[in-house]
Design a binder for this molecule. Sequence first.
Ligand code: ADP
Length: 186
Amino acid sequence: MIRALYPGTFDPMHNGHIDIAQRAAAIFDEVVIGVYDAPPKKLLFNTEERVGLVRLALSHLQNCSIVSFEGLTVECARSIDAQVIVRGLRNVADFEFESQIGLANRQMAPDIELCCLLSSTEYIYLSSTIVKEVAGLDGDISAWVRPEIGVAIQQRFAENRPDTPQAGSVNNKSVTKTRGKLTHHG
Ligand code: ADP
């Protein structure tokens, strides 16, 4: 019986994450999604919400369960008796990051193996950051996330959005510029 931990921030879970979870679930007897409680990142969803969205996204996988964790990933793996940590690789930057963390993890926990799955080509450019940036600019994210997750993202942006300033005001211009930092190239 091999249990694998697939850890991440999942803020929120997108189709690239789902693809990795599905493929891991086909390889291992059990896959536990570990939702990292306190990553050094600004989050759109709190831990409980991210766990709920992962649950929605993976309800079709019988051998998948979800935990949230804080602290070291290897300690989380130990606490659930996982022999393997699964991560997804999109590009060279992911490889460099994962190989460094993976070697540090092996030093701390030589009994836990790392399994990196290459991203499927259709998701290679996809990240939670891109999903949030595009959604924040009212772009279409339906190809990237499950419909329920798309609705949750849109609701969160609607809650966070300040009242629309008067058209043509100085404020209005600066809001537009700030919100377009990643996806607006004009
Ligand atoms: P992190 O765990 O680094 O905070 P994420 O929660 O976004 O970041 O990602 C969790 C895991 O899923 C990481 O291994 C990451 O490389 C992988 N991943 C993220 N996006 C994709 C994608 N589009 N295709 C395959 N794997 C991905």
